[in-house]
Design a protein around this ligand. Structure first.
Ligand SMILES: O=C1C[C@@](O)(C(=O)O)C[C@@H](O)[C@@H]1O
Length: 150
């Protein structure tokens, strides 16, 4: 049987992980994150493709493409679009691909505008505040428990 296919999406400014506000986001880079997530997926027999964009429309396009590509699950850190994007919410509703929302920081312990997410009520799970380890835990969970969709 074909391997479970996972898409990892990172939104705006997450390309700056490692140098961006290290007291909030730590010192690991996005490359480190992709490497550890690829390993976590492979260790559980799944495949992982990673995508990062600073542009809302590009993220919407990538979520729509995921359906055409037969992606089984998405792990996403939408960055600031978490708190603003009806378009990304609608993209998830449109494709129906199950997803886990990840935040490096504990958004609930930060400014009030970070407490609301346009995605959380549609996510399978939300991980916030476990640093970049949260990505790996999400990928491992998906790889071990999610089923192929088609
Ligand atoms: O860009 C980000 C990163 C973030 O999603 C996190 O990973 O903690 C939290 C968001 O509020 C912020 O805009």
């Amino acid at each position: 049987m074909a391997a479970l296919s996972i898409l990892l999406i990172n939104g705006p400014n997450l390309n700056l992980l490692g140098t961006r506000e290290p007291e909030v986001y730590g010192s690991a880079t996005l490359n480190d994150v992709v490497t550890s997530c690829t390993g976590a997926a492979a260790g559980a027999g799944a495949t992982l493709v990673a995508f990062q964009s600073n542009h809302e429309g590009a993220i919407v396009d990538r979520i729509q493409q995921a359906k055409l590509d037969g992606v089984d699950a998405i792990v996403i850190n939408p960055g600031a679009y978490t708190h603003t994007s009806v378009a990304i919410r609608d993209a998830f509703l449109g494709v129906g691909i199950p997803f886990i929302e990840v935040h490096v920081s504990n958004v609930h312990a930060r400014e009030a505008f970070r407490h609301h997410s346009y995605l959380s009520d549609k996510a399978v799970a939300v991980i916030a505040g476990l640093g970049v380890k949260g990505y790996e835990y999400a990928v491992e969970h998906v790889a071990r428990t999610f089923k192929k969709r088609a």
